[in-house]
Design a protein around this ligand. Structure first.
Ligand code: IPM
Ligand code: MG
Length: 367
């Protein structure tokens, strides 16, 4: 059997730096666990725009459709702010999500014990936190028509449309219930059914799907109240399912509870391919951080943990994913901190590549 294939798209800003550390981890699995991957690399975002005048070349899109999993770094940067909307770096990422039909975006927010002090919330509120946000990723206001900026009378109007079909809600709800079944069997669905028809339909469909999962305790919350509860007592949640825009906001808020955006991975999953693996793209939740790019300051952990999610969700290697997660935990417990995690007196930061090396060393020690 041929090796599983990975397409790596480092992207912009700190993307290439953090991805270089993921490559060390991938190589380690090939050398030490006999898990070799066929890795190819290509451009996305501003890097692709600079080379091809488009944030995602058609050939790259075609490759992404063929591989077993895509690993993406980050896209965007101030240099591209002036570009037309249609060729902004972000469009490359949105095209990947849409054309691969990656409807279920899994964003875990886990607080590592060693980092509980970094949260802006009190330690007892976040210590041991382990929640999973499932964000719908291919529909809603991000993609709804009509959209645009039009002239009306003597002024312009900006338009975006929130739109959800029953089947779009149904499939992401099922992904969330399936995850809840493997976790603490609690699912909270968030929308704005008090003001939005799409929210009313969302609530109805999720409730209906819930009948197929009687063991899962389902609750509903308005998304604004959900945001408040996430800050008040996040440990009340296990799995949260929500739409594209609310998921974008709530996942950033949840991420910050854990202390640093630099820690959190994500998986975007679609329907199973012919080989049974889901269409999949893995990427850190953080952005391209242009202010620190190229200085060896970036934290590679979110990107490395995104590869751990690939091991778990694409390659059914849950034990190896856990091995990698534990290696990260050990390195943090031993005190290694990239610049984003500083705060303690007398601790010097490690560089991006030192952090990667430390994680590889912890993997070695796990054997
Ligand atoms: C995210 C990001 C993206 C989004 C941007 C980069 C298009 O904020 O993945 O959360 O809005 O979905
Ligand atoms: Mg976001």
């Amino acid at each position: 059997m041929s090796n599983p294939s990975l397409l790596i798209l480092p992207g912009d800003g700190i993307g290439p730096e953090v991805m270089a550390e993921v490559r060390k981890v991938i190589d380690w699995y090939g050398a030490k666990r006999d898990l070799a991957f066929d890795v190819s690399e290509d451009l996305v975002g501003g890097a692709a725009y600079d080379a091809h005048g488009t944030p995602l070349h058609d050939d790259t899109m075609a490759k992404a459709q063929e591989v077993d999993a895509v690993l993406l770094g980050a896209v965007g940067g101030p240099k591209y702010d002036v570009l037309d909307f249609s060729v902004k770096p972000e469009r490359g990422l949105l095209r990947l999500r849409k054309e691969m039909d990656l409807y279920a975006n899994l964003r875990p927010a886990q607080c590592f014990d060693a980092l509980a002090d970094f949260s802006s919330l009190k330690k007892d509120v976040v210590a041991g936190l382990d929640i999973m946000i499932v964000r719908e990723l291919t529909s809603g206001i991000y993609f709804g028509e009509p959209r645009g900026i039009i002239e009306e009378g003597n002024e312009r109007v900006g338009i975006n449309t929130q739109r959800y079909t029953e089947s779009e809600i149904d499939r992401v709800a099922r992904s969330a219930f399936e995850l809840a079944m493997k976790r603490d069997k609690k699912l909270c669905s968030m929308e704005k059914a008090n003001v939005m028809e799409s929210g009313v339909l969302w609530r109805e469909v999720v409730t209906e799907v819930g009948k197929d999962y009687p063991e899962v305790e389902l609750s509903h919350m308005y998304a604004d109240a959900g945001a408040m509860q996430l800050c008040r007592w996040p440990k009340q949640f296990d799995v949260i399912v929500t739409d594209n825009l609310f998921g974008d906001l709530l996942s950033d808020a949840a991420a910050m509870l854990t202390g640093s955006l630099g820690m959190l991975p994500s998986a975007s999953l679609g329907a199973p391919m012919a080989n049974g693996r889901p269409k999949a793209l893995y990427e850190p939740v953080h952005g391209s951080a242009p202010d620190i790019a190229g200085q060896g300051k970036a934290n590679p952990i979110a990107c490395i943990l995104s590869f751990a999610m690939a091991l778990r969700y694409s390659f059914d290697l849950g034990d190896e994913a856990t091995r990698l997660e534990q290696a990260v935990e050990k390195v943090l417990a031993d005190g290694a901190r990239t610049a984003d995690l500083l705060g303690e007196e007398g601790v010097d930061p490690v560089s991006t590549s030192q952090m990667g090396d430390a994680i590889v060393a912890a993997l070695d020690a796990s054997l």
